[in-house]
Design a protein around this ligand. Sequence first.
Ligand code: IPE
Ligand code: IPE
Ligand code: MG
Length: 250
Amino acid sequence: MGEFVKSTDTAGQGKNLPRHIAIIMDGNGRWATRQGLPRTAGHKAGAETFRRIATYCKNLGVQYLTVYAFSTENWKRSETEVSAIMTLLKKYLLEAVDTMEQDHIRLRFLGDMTPIKPELRALARQTDEISDHLAPGDFQANICLNYGGRDEILRAVRRFAADCAAGEKRPEDLDDALFSGYLDSAGIPDPELIIRPSGELRLSNFLLWQCAYSEFYFTDVLWPDFDEAELDRAIAAYRARDRRFGGVKK
Ligand code: IPE
Ligand code: IPE
Ligand code: MG
Protein backbone atom coordinates (compact mmCIF):
# COMPACT_ATOMS: atom_id res chain seq x y z
CA MET A 1 0.00 0.00 0.00
CA GLY A 2 1.32 3.42 -0.95
CA GLU A 3 2.05 6.37 1.28
CA PHE A 4 -0.52 8.54 -0.47
CA VAL A 5 -3.86 8.57 1.33
CA LYS A 6 -6.74 10.14 -0.55
CA SER A 7 -9.22 12.39 1.24
CA THR A 8 -11.95 9.86 0.46
CA ASP A 9 -9.95 7.25 2.36
CA THR A 10 -11.98 4.74 4.35
CA ALA A 11 -10.68 2.52 7.12
CA GLY A 12 -9.59 -0.29 4.82
CA GLN A 13 -7.57 1.80 2.45
CA GLY A 14 -4.34 3.67 2.90
CA LYS A 15 -1.44 2.86 5.12
CA ASN A 16 -1.19 1.53 8.61
CA LEU A 17 -4.20 -0.73 8.97
CA PRO A 18 -3.82 -2.82 12.15
CA ARG A 19 -3.05 -6.42 11.27
CA HIS A 20 -4.58 -7.64 14.51
CA ILE A 21 -7.49 -6.00 16.36
CA ALA A 22 -8.69 -7.30 19.75
CA ILE A 23 -12.04 -6.39 21.28
CA ILE A 24 -13.46 -6.75 24.80
CA MET A 25 -17.12 -7.26 23.83
CA ASP A 26 -18.58 -5.51 26.88
CA GLY A 27 -21.92 -3.86 27.69
CA ASN A 28 -24.41 -6.52 26.60
CA GLY A 29 -26.12 -6.68 29.99
CA ARG A 30 -26.53 -2.90 30.34
CA TRP A 31 -27.83 -2.65 26.78
CA ALA A 32 -30.57 -5.16 27.59
CA THR A 33 -31.42 -3.70 31.01
CA ARG A 34 -31.84 -0.23 29.51
CA GLN A 35 -34.52 -1.63 27.24
CA GLY A 36 -36.27 -3.59 29.97
CA LEU A 37 -35.03 -6.86 28.49
CA PRO A 38 -33.32 -9.78 30.27
CA ARG A 39 -29.48 -9.72 30.16
CA THR A 40 -29.54 -12.76 27.86
CA ALA A 41 -31.19 -10.61 25.15
CA GLY A 42 -28.09 -8.41 25.31
CA HIS A 43 -25.84 -11.40 24.69
CA LYS A 44 -27.94 -12.38 21.68
CA ALA A 45 -27.62 -8.85 20.25
CA GLY A 46 -23.89 -8.90 21.07
CA ALA A 47 -23.43 -12.12 19.11
CA GLU A 48 -24.99 -10.39 16.07
CA THR A 49 -22.57 -7.49 16.49
CA PHE A 50 -19.69 -9.96 16.53
CA ARG A 51 -20.81 -11.49 13.21
CA ARG A 52 -21.10 -8.05 11.67
CA ILE A 53 -17.78 -6.72 12.94
CA ALA A 54 -15.91 -9.91 12.00
CA THR A 55 -17.21 -9.63 8.42
CA TYR A 56 -16.26 -5.97 8.33
CA CYS A 57 -12.72 -6.66 9.61
CA LYS A 58 -12.28 -9.37 7.02
CA ASN A 59 -13.46 -7.05 4.23
CA LEU A 60 -11.13 -4.28 5.39
CA GLY A 61 -8.17 -6.63 5.21
CA VAL A 62 -7.50 -6.97 8.95
CA GLN A 63 -5.90 -10.39 9.32
CA TYR A 64 -6.73 -11.27 12.94
CA LEU A 65 -9.71 -10.35 15.11
CA THR A 66 -9.56 -11.54 18.72
CA VAL A 67 -12.70 -11.21 20.82
CA TYR A 68 -13.22 -11.66 24.54
CA ALA A 69 -16.38 -13.79 24.77
CA PHE A 70 -16.20 -15.32 28.27
CA SER A 71 -13.60 -14.76 30.98
CA THR A 72 -12.30 -17.10 33.68
CA GLU A 73 -14.22 -14.81 36.09
CA ASN A 74 -17.54 -14.90 34.20
CA TRP A 75 -18.50 -18.21 35.88
CA LYS A 76 -19.55 -16.01 38.83
CA ARG A 77 -22.72 -15.14 36.88
CA SER A 78 -26.04 -16.95 37.17
CA GLU A 79 -26.41 -20.39 35.66
CA THR A 80 -29.10 -18.97 33.32
CA GLU A 81 -26.76 -16.30 31.97
CA VAL A 82 -23.77 -18.63 31.60
CA SER A 83 -25.78 -21.26 29.76
CA ALA A 84 -27.36 -18.62 27.49
CA ILE A 85 -23.86 -17.46 26.47
CA MET A 86 -22.73 -21.07 25.84
CA THR A 87 -25.87 -21.75 23.75
CA LEU A 88 -25.18 -18.66 21.60
CA LEU A 89 -21.62 -19.83 21.07
CA LYS A 90 -22.84 -23.26 20.07
CA LYS A 91 -25.22 -21.70 17.55
CA TYR A 92 -22.38 -19.63 16.10
CA LEU A 93 -20.09 -22.65 15.81
CA LEU A 94 -22.77 -24.72 14.10
CA GLU A 95 -23.15 -21.95 11.51
CA ALA A 96 -19.36 -21.61 11.22
CA VAL A 97 -18.90 -25.32 10.46
CA ASP A 98 -21.14 -24.83 7.40
CA THR A 99 -19.78 -21.50 6.17
CA MET A 100 -16.16 -20.91 7.20
CA GLU A 101 -14.64 -22.89 4.35
CA GLN A 102 -16.49 -21.00 1.61
CA ASP A 103 -15.99 -17.66 3.41
CA HIS A 104 -12.28 -18.34 4.08
CA ILE A 105 -12.59 -17.68 7.79
CA ARG A 106 -10.30 -19.49 10.21
CA LEU A 107 -11.51 -19.84 13.80
CA ARG A 108 -9.34 -20.45 16.86
CA PHE A 109 -10.06 -20.61 20.58
CA LEU A 110 -7.94 -19.03 23.29
CA GLY A 111 -8.55 -20.12 26.87
CA ASP A 112 -8.79 -23.26 28.94
CA MET A 113 -11.36 -25.48 27.25
CA THR A 114 -11.32 -28.21 29.94
CA PRO A 115 -14.41 -26.99 31.88
CA ILE A 116 -16.39 -26.35 28.67
CA LYS A 117 -19.23 -28.81 27.91
CA PRO A 118 -18.11 -31.73 25.68
CA GLU A 119 -20.61 -30.80 22.95
CA LEU A 120 -19.18 -27.30 22.58
CA ARG A 121 -15.61 -28.61 22.80
CA ALA A 122 -16.31 -31.09 20.01
CA LEU A 123 -17.60 -28.25 17.83
CA ALA A 124 -14.51 -26.19 18.62
CA ARG A 125 -12.34 -29.14 17.57
CA GLN A 126 -14.30 -29.36 14.34
CA THR A 127 -13.83 -25.65 13.51
CA ASP A 128 -10.16 -26.08 14.43
CA GLU A 129 -9.78 -28.90 11.92
CA ILE A 130 -11.53 -26.91 9.18
CA SER A 131 -9.20 -23.98 9.97
CA ASP A 132 -6.18 -26.25 9.51
CA HIS A 133 -7.24 -26.78 5.88
CA LEU A 134 -7.60 -23.08 5.14
CA ALA A 135 -4.70 -20.93 3.93
CA PRO A 136 -2.51 -19.32 6.64
CA GLY A 137 -3.18 -15.92 5.03
CA ASP A 138 -6.96 -16.23 5.41
CA PHE A 139 -8.77 -14.03 7.93
CA GLN A 140 -8.63 -15.51 11.45
CA ALA A 141 -11.10 -14.90 14.27
CA ASN A 142 -9.87 -15.87 17.74
CA ILE A 143 -12.56 -16.43 20.35
CA CYS A 144 -11.44 -16.10 23.97
CA LEU A 145 -13.53 -18.59 25.91
CA ASN A 146 -12.93 -19.31 29.59
CA TYR A 147 -9.97 -17.04 28.97
CA GLY A 148 -7.93 -15.14 31.53
CA GLY A 149 -4.58 -13.51 30.82
CA ARG A 150 -3.16 -14.74 34.13
CA ASP A 151 -4.51 -18.25 33.59
CA GLU A 152 -2.98 -18.34 30.11
CA ILE A 153 0.41 -17.28 31.52
CA LEU A 154 0.22 -19.82 34.36
CA ARG A 155 -0.66 -22.67 31.98
CA ALA A 156 2.26 -21.63 29.75
CA VAL A 157 4.66 -21.53 32.72
CA ARG A 158 3.52 -25.01 33.82
CA ARG A 159 4.16 -26.42 30.35
CA PHE A 160 7.56 -24.76 30.12
CA ALA A 161 8.51 -26.03 33.60
CA ALA A 162 7.42 -29.54 32.60
CA ASP A 163 9.62 -29.34 29.47
CA CYS A 164 12.54 -28.26 31.68
CA ALA A 165 11.92 -31.11 34.10
CA ALA A 166 11.90 -33.51 31.14
CA GLY A 167 15.26 -32.11 30.02
CA GLU A 168 13.84 -30.73 26.75
CA LYS A 169 14.31 -27.05 27.64
CA ARG A 170 16.67 -25.07 29.85
CA PRO A 171 15.50 -22.11 31.98
CA GLU A 172 18.25 -19.91 30.53
CA ASP A 173 16.82 -20.42 27.02
CA LEU A 174 13.59 -18.63 27.92
CA ASP A 175 13.07 -15.36 26.07
CA ASP A 176 10.08 -13.42 24.68
CA ALA A 177 9.77 -15.52 21.55
CA LEU A 178 10.13 -18.89 23.28
CA PHE A 179 7.62 -17.93 25.98
CA SER A 180 5.10 -16.59 23.43
CA GLY A 181 5.15 -20.02 21.83
CA TYR A 182 3.77 -21.57 25.03
CA LEU A 183 0.77 -19.23 25.15
CA ASP A 184 -2.67 -19.95 23.66
CA SER A 185 -1.86 -17.17 21.18
CA ALA A 186 1.26 -18.97 19.83
CA GLY A 187 1.89 -17.95 16.24
CA ILE A 188 -0.49 -14.97 16.36
CA PRO A 189 1.15 -11.52 16.27
CA ASP A 190 0.39 -9.20 19.21
CA PRO A 191 -2.65 -6.96 18.67
CA GLU A 192 -1.76 -3.46 17.52
CA LEU A 193 -5.15 -2.20 18.69
CA ILE A 194 -7.33 -3.21 21.66
CA ILE A 195 -10.87 -1.83 21.79
CA ARG A 196 -13.13 -1.78 24.84
CA PRO A 197 -16.66 -0.48 24.44
CA SER A 198 -19.14 0.21 27.30
CA GLY A 199 -17.16 2.92 29.07
CA GLU A 200 -15.08 0.69 31.35
CA LEU A 201 -11.42 1.66 31.49
CA ARG A 202 -9.80 -1.65 32.38
CA LEU A 203 -8.48 -4.84 30.80
CA SER A 204 -10.36 -7.33 32.99
CA ASN A 205 -7.64 -9.96 32.55
CA PHE A 206 -7.51 -9.73 28.72
CA LEU A 207 -4.28 -10.48 26.78
CA LEU A 208 -1.96 -9.40 29.60
CA TRP A 209 1.23 -10.59 27.90
CA GLN A 210 0.23 -9.65 24.36
CA CYS A 211 -0.86 -6.06 25.14
CA ALA A 212 2.65 -4.85 26.07
CA TYR A 213 2.72 -2.32 23.20
CA SER A 214 -0.90 -2.33 22.03
CA GLU A 215 -2.75 0.93 21.47
CA PHE A 216 -5.99 1.18 23.50
CA TYR A 217 -9.27 2.63 22.33
CA PHE A 218 -12.17 3.12 24.72
CA THR A 219 -15.71 4.16 23.80
CA ASP A 220 -18.94 4.55 25.80
CA VAL A 221 -20.93 2.75 23.09
CA LEU A 222 -22.31 -0.57 24.38
CA TRP A 223 -21.20 -3.63 22.40
CA PRO A 224 -24.62 -4.40 20.82
CA ASP A 225 -24.63 -0.81 19.41
CA PHE A 226 -21.04 -1.02 18.15
CA ASP A 227 -21.00 -0.81 14.35
CA GLU A 228 -18.78 -0.34 11.31
CA ALA A 229 -18.58 3.43 11.83
CA GLU A 230 -17.35 2.84 15.41
CA LEU A 231 -14.65 0.52 14.14
CA ASP A 232 -13.66 3.13 11.55
CA ARG A 233 -13.31 5.66 14.39
CA ALA A 234 -11.15 3.27 16.42
CA ILE A 235 -8.89 2.62 13.42
CA ALA A 236 -8.65 6.36 12.67
CA ALA A 237 -7.63 6.98 16.31
CA TYR A 238 -5.04 4.21 16.03
CA ARG A 239 -3.63 5.77 12.89
CA ALA A 240 -3.19 9.10 14.65
CA ARG A 241 -1.08 7.52 17.44
CA ASP A 242 2.65 7.91 17.62
CA ARG A 243 4.00 4.44 18.42
CA ARG A 244 7.53 4.77 19.78
CA PHE A 245 8.15 1.38 21.44
CA GLY A 246 10.45 3.04 23.92
CA GLY A 247 12.50 4.81 21.28
CA VAL A 248 12.72 8.46 20.34
CA LYS A 249 10.92 9.90 17.35
CA LYS A 250 13.34 10.78 14.56
C1 IPE B 1 -20.05 -8.65 28.00
O1 IPE B 1 -21.19 -7.96 28.41
C2 IPE B 1 -20.30 -10.11 27.76
C3 IPE B 1 -19.71 -10.98 28.77
C4 IPE B 1 -18.98 -10.61 29.78
C5 IPE B 1 -19.95 -12.41 28.62
P1 IPE B 1 -21.64 -7.93 29.93
O2 IPE B 1 -22.54 -9.08 30.17
O3 IPE B 1 -20.46 -7.86 30.84
O4 IPE B 1 -22.45 -6.58 29.97
P2 IPE B 1 -22.45 -5.52 31.14
O5 IPE B 1 -21.04 -5.12 31.36
O6 IPE B 1 -23.04 -6.21 32.34
O7 IPE B 1 -23.29 -4.41 30.62
C1 IPE C 1 -14.86 -8.70 30.42
O1 IPE C 1 -16.05 -8.09 30.74
C2 IPE C 1 -15.10 -10.07 29.86
C3 IPE C 1 -15.80 -10.12 28.58
C4 IPE C 1 -16.21 -9.11 27.86
C5 IPE C 1 -16.03 -11.45 28.07
P1 IPE C 1 -16.66 -8.16 32.21
O2 IPE C 1 -17.97 -7.46 32.15
O3 IPE C 1 -16.66 -9.55 32.70
O4 IPE C 1 -15.57 -7.33 33.06
P2 IPE C 1 -15.74 -6.52 34.40
O5 IPE C 1 -16.39 -7.42 35.38
O6 IPE C 1 -16.57 -5.32 34.10
O7 IPE C 1 -14.34 -6.13 34.76
MG1 MG D 1 -19.40 -6.30 31.52
